[in-house]
Design a protein around this ligand. Structure first.
Ligand code: WQD
Length: 339
């Protein structure tokens, strides 16, 4: 029986590449699209090394319907789409809102239109906990109301989910799973693939590992006067491999879910502060990370972490890896990059 063929947009990116590895391990055949604007073939080379497969790859902008039609025409066997391709920097989106709305929304709309033409009607959407804004109640559940998003990036994810909910109502065959990531960290334990930030990292974990290896002189902790146990923000840091496994679980259960649009929190349910993550990194690696306490970063949520029980139950998935695992794996990857 030929394995199911899955179109993976943004497959050369951080979450996408880790998901390719898990898809192949579960017997799927990914077809990869990426415009390489925020990624490189380095992770695709790593995926080939880990899977032993030369996956079909197309350097395509997901907003380009002509190119999308060409790929779907070359691969009529595609039965589902996993859509990772989007810009995802919170503070870049504040500086360049039009770029974010144009890229993230155009890509989604073009992809859905061509999927409908090709009669491909299973869709896994890369969403984010930013859709909640600052939740009134934490841990946050999927039925929490969407507060006003703190950034254009968060707004594109909220809009994306709204587009998908309305598309499902009108397109009776379409089934959608929207996966709301909390804070992905870490790297594949092989050290062959990991996070490849372009320029100065916005996210905490790569900034820690780049400071540890000496690429950055010191880490700034953005604020220690929050209403939290140690004053720094609380987050839900999830190992990227656990996150990738959740995508395969979503794909394999999409036809058994109660409705044709279902959203899931992908987090550990365990709140960890910025300072705790930093101190855990130093403890597990034995590497000192120089840091200073700076002012709060505009747009930051004070505390957000998941209630993952719906995902645990409906996807029959739960996180297995710890922040210690993630930080060790991230550090191994950073050291390999420096070789
Ligand atoms: C985490 C905490 C910072 C850097 C965003 C997106 C989310 C997801 C992950 C895509 C905050 C603090 C950070 C630094 C610091 N993106 N920090 N010093 O903003 O929680 O989430 O990235 O999947 O959708 O919203 O992640 O890692 O930027 O920040 O103190 O140098 O670390 O203030 O409290 P964030 P982050």
């Amino acid at each position: 029986m030929t394995s199911q063929s899955i179109l993976v947009t943004g497959g050369a990116g951080y979450i996408g590449a880790h998901t390719l590895v898990e898809l192949v391990a579960s017997g799927y055949t990914p077809v990869v699209l990426d415009d390489l604007s925020r990624s490189s073939m380095k992770l695709m080379d790593g995926v080939k090394q880990l899977t032993g497969k030369q996956l079909s790859f197309y350097q395509v902008d997901c907003a380009d319907k002509t190119e999308l039609r060409r790929v779907f025409g070359l691969h009529p066997e595609i039965s589902a789409v996993m859509h990772f391709a989007a810009f995802k920097s919170v503070n870049e989106s504040v500086e360049k809102p039009l770029l974010y709305f144009r890229n993230n929304i155009d890509s989604l709309l073009s992809l859905l239109e061509v999927m409908q033409e090709a009669n491909v009607n299973r869709f896994v959407f890369s969403s984010s906990c930013t859709v909640y804004g600052q939740p009134d109640r934490i841990p946050v559940t999927e039925d929490a109301p969407f507060k006003r998003p703190e950034s254009p990036y968060g707004a594109t994810k909220q809009m994306g989910e709204r587009i998908l909910e309305d598309a499902v109502k009108a397109w009776k065959e379409l089934k959608v799973v929207s996966l709301r990531y909390f804070n992905p960290i870490g790297a594949h334990p092989s050290g062959v693939i990991g996070e490849l930030p372009i320029g100065v990292p916005n996210n905490l974990a790569p900034y820690i590992t780049q400071t540890a290896i000496g690429k950055r002189s010191r880490l700034t902790v953005f604020g220690s006067d929050y209403n939290t146990p140690d004053g720094s923000c609380l987050r839900d840091f999830i190992h990227v491999v656990d996150l990738a496994v959740a995508h395969v679980a979503a794909l394999s259960t999409i036809d058994q879910l109660p409705s044709r649009f279902e959203a899931f929190n992908l987090g550990t349910g365990v709140p960890v502060s910025v300072l705790e993550l930093l101190n855990t990194f130093m403890r597990v690696t034995g590497v000192n990370v120089p840091y200073e306490i700076g002012p709060r970063r505009p747009g930051d949520i004070e505390k957000v972490y998941a209630d993952p029980s719906k995902s645990n139950r409906a996807l029959r998935w739960r996180t297995k890896l710890t922040i210690e695992d993630a930080l060790r794996d991230a550090w191994r990857w950073e050291q390999n990059l420096a070789k």
